[in-house]
Ligand binder design. Sequence first.
Ligand code: PLP
Length: 429
Amino acid sequence: MANLPHNNFSQDTLALHAGYHYDSQRTMSVPIYQSTAYSFESLAQAAARFGLKELGNIYTRLSNPTTDVLGARLAAVEGGVFGVPTASGTAAIFYAIVNCAQAGDNIVYANKIYGGTQTLFVHTLKRFNIEARVFDIDNIEASLESAIDSNTKAIFFESISNPQISIADTELITRIAKKHKIISICDNTVATAFLHKPFAYGVDISVHSLSKYVNGQGSALGGAIIERAGLNELIKNNPRYPAFNTPDESYHGLIYADLPLPIFSIRILTEWLRNVGATLSPHSAWILLQGLETLELRIKRHSSSALKIAEFLESHPKVKSVSYPALSSNPYKKLLTKYYTDAQASGLISFEAKSFEDAQHICNSTHIFAMVVNIGDSKSLIIHPASTTHSQLSTQELQSAGITPCTVRLSIGLESADDLINDLKQALG
Ligand SMILES: *Cc1c(COP(=O)(O)O)cnc(C)c1O
């Protein structure tokens, strides 16, 4: 678990080097440690590792050298202190939430988020007796503070929301979170660490689906939970977080808050990966490391092509409106300029067709854009959220999530922007 980021280098350098120390073979590619378990040198060492007195590998459900490089590298690139990869973005979000909240507690989440996360919060958390309360990402001051009470354990939002493409006012949210000493969790999947740095604006935990831009080719699932420096101080002796401040019976009465380690992350490993087990495979970790190496270059190209395409759509008579934060007409342009590298807005665009039928027709008529419920692929994708990703939501939930039957979402790939514009032109008819 040599999970220490090197903070002196720029993000692009860290994405290629952080977290990897040559093994005896000095391989340039991070080795895939395809092993389920590890041999202890002695029974004393085994006992020390089980008691968390010595950090080290025990079993791959908890840690693995290949996966550890990915976690360390992601943390370094985002400016955090520790990164824990998980089997998917969904697992990362679930673990981050249940690391804060237990039965009888509540969390507060932004109305505009990924459909799967919304379903997890509203339906699945309810079965665990964790209440999910919503706040309005476009009206934070009026809606966030009033949703908070003494049982509120986390505030969750997406930096760029998928699929509505709204931009969160990160500092405004984290100021309220800090005032109430509540852990803030930002899903930074769409922006990536190269466009938005949540920790620089007061976020405590960032979560990612690595299945999207980090992978970049639609070839592996993965997630990550990344912890900011100094989070222990917020958690220690904080009555909101008894699980960190009272003895853990499953670890011989260990009190997490007493450990000289990033305790949020350590408890993700020792409680959630150990006992629930949505661990990333070493092979997938290696695939995701390949993607991370080129992420900076790719996210720039996704962003510049998306801006060209958004401008084209905005000028098209069959398009009612376009949501892309880098457009000068977009209400989020100011927040984008404040919080995002060179005001780049990633590769997601959503637009409103003139009718439900038109939206369906467009989705059925593209040649390059593939009809796929994914984002962040090098290939361009198109989807109709109301029929697919958001079909589980009620009409009211859809409205609150900012989706209509006419919404079409695009994920702009790395093809020629001109070819993509021509493809949309013919599909719009
Ligand atoms: C895809 C996605 C998720 C879920 O990630 P998986 O890796 O598919 O489980 C969570 N949040 C956002 C913003 C996403 O786009």
